[in-house]
Design a protein around this ligand. Structure first.
Ligand code: LMR
Length: 399
């Protein structure tokens, strides 16, 4: 994220100080802490019972195959690996996979997809407003600002509960004008873990249709909540009901290929021709930013999804990650009535009912690292650290 200034810098020395990205700064702080029992529930990476983020076995197998068989590393073009997008299609789009008005393209992670999606929306309508519920993933507002669109924030979540402030959400998006955008979290809401239920999705859809809004659904955790199909309910509903839909998808989490940056952007419009034209603009924007997406992670995902046996094994490994998330949630939820809401939420994140001071004290006294907001990653710690984590959090709530 670049920090901007009104003053014209004459040289690098004139640059204003950088406003650090809080999540990335937290990783650095935690890395520098020498205490051996430190707990890192800051950044959103899945860790297993032993506290590691292992490479999935199916990804290891796919990488081995890639090593043995890849004949060239020549350019693939702005669209990246087209077969990768084809293979993802049914997983993400479900019964809409055959809709030829929907086009998808490989991107560097979900972040790249979001940036491209917003670039496209800003090209279509530079005056579009983007409605987004807060709290949201910390990188959403900077990406919207980076394309010069106006972000309109509304309160999404009631702290300390599993509940979404649903009426506030509806009221906010009802004020949207045709062509405005509503940014929706597909599943496993980051940072709150509080998802819309199916009835709520339908009511949001009604407002989106009535007001002529364009939904941009960010789905970075498909398969981490209830299951692959269930987690895509909102995506499918929007595709069924709206002529124009943008979906930013990530494989970083559900294939555990974080640093390889694998995602995709999907565009639905009223006709195939329009979607192709929109994709042309997307390629142009991609060319200006990264030219072509990196291949390695997408190539590995491609191999997994192409091979029926690896694909089955991926589903098992994905279910294993989901089961751990939900088991840790139940364990924390059962420890104190004030934490019970955590058991009714989905995905890696929840927000603890802690003040910033309490969060900082946990950092200082207990070497427990979470975002200042109280957002924590329920699977950021190994099994052996959960009791200490719960005791420290309960102690902080009591203090
Ligand atoms: C997170 O929310 O912790 C992750 O998605 C990492 C990131 O890029 O912010």
């Amino acid at each position: 994220m670049l920090t901007t200034t009104d003053a014209k810098a004459r040289g690098l020395a004139d640059l204003p100080p950088v406003i650090n990205d809080s999540l990335l700064a937290l990783i650095t702080l935690c890395d520098a802490d020498p205490r051996p029992d430190k707990i890192d529930v800051g950044v959103g990476v899945f860790r297993d019972g032993a506290g590691n983020t292992p490479i999935l076995e199916v990804i290891k197998a796919a990488e081995q195959r890639l090593l043995d068989t890849q004949k060239s590393k020549s350019y693939l073009g702005s669209a990246g690996d087209k077969r990768f997008a084809q293979l993802l299609r049914p997983i993400l789009l479900g019964e809409h996979a055959g809709d030829e008005r929907i086009l998808g393209v490989q991107t560097p992670g979900g972040c790249g997809a979001l940036r491209l999606g917003f670039e496209l929306l800003a090209t279509v309508n530079p005056k579009a407003r983007v409605f987004l519920g807060t709290p949201t993933w910390p990188n959403h507002p900077p990406i919207i600002r980076a394309v010069d669109l106006e972000a309109v924030e509304y309160p999404y979540y009631e702290r300390g509960q599993a509940a979404v402030r649903f009426e506030d959400m509806l009221e906010a998006i009802r004020s949207g004008e045709p062509g405005d955008v509503t940014l929706l979290h597909g599943c496993c809401h980051n940072p709150t873990g509080a998802d819309l239920d199916e009835e709520q999705w339908r009511r949001v859809r009604d407002v989106v249709v009535e007001r002529g809004l364009i939904p941009l659904v960010d789905i970075a955790y498909q398969g981490f909540g209830r299951g692959l199909e269930e987690d895509a309910y909102g995506v499918h509903l929007m595709l069924e009901s709206c002529d124009e839909v943008i979906v930013a998808q990530s494989c970083d989490k559900n294939f555990s290929v974080y640093r390889d940056r694998v995602g995709s952007l999907w565009i639905k419009s009223g006709s195939r021709e329009t979607s192709e034209k929109a994709m042309g603009h997307v390629f142009q924007r991609a060319r200006e930013m990264w030219s072509m997406p990196p291949d390695h992670g997408a190539a590995a995902v491609h191999i997994v999804l192409e091979d029926p046996e690896l694909r089955e094994r991926w589903l098992v490994e994905l279910a294993g990650m989901r089961d751990r998330i939900n088991a840790v949630r139940q364990r924390i939820a059962g420890a104190d009535p004030r934490l019970a809401f955590i058991g009714r939420q989905f995905g890696m994140f929840s927000m603890l009912p802690l003040s910033k001071e309490q969060v900082l004290r946990l950092r200082e006294d207990d070497a427990i690292y979470m975002a200042d907001s109280g957002r924590f990653n329920v699977v950021g710690m190994g099994d052996g650290q959960i009791d200490r984590f719960i005791a420290a959090v309960v102690g902080a709530m009591d203090s």
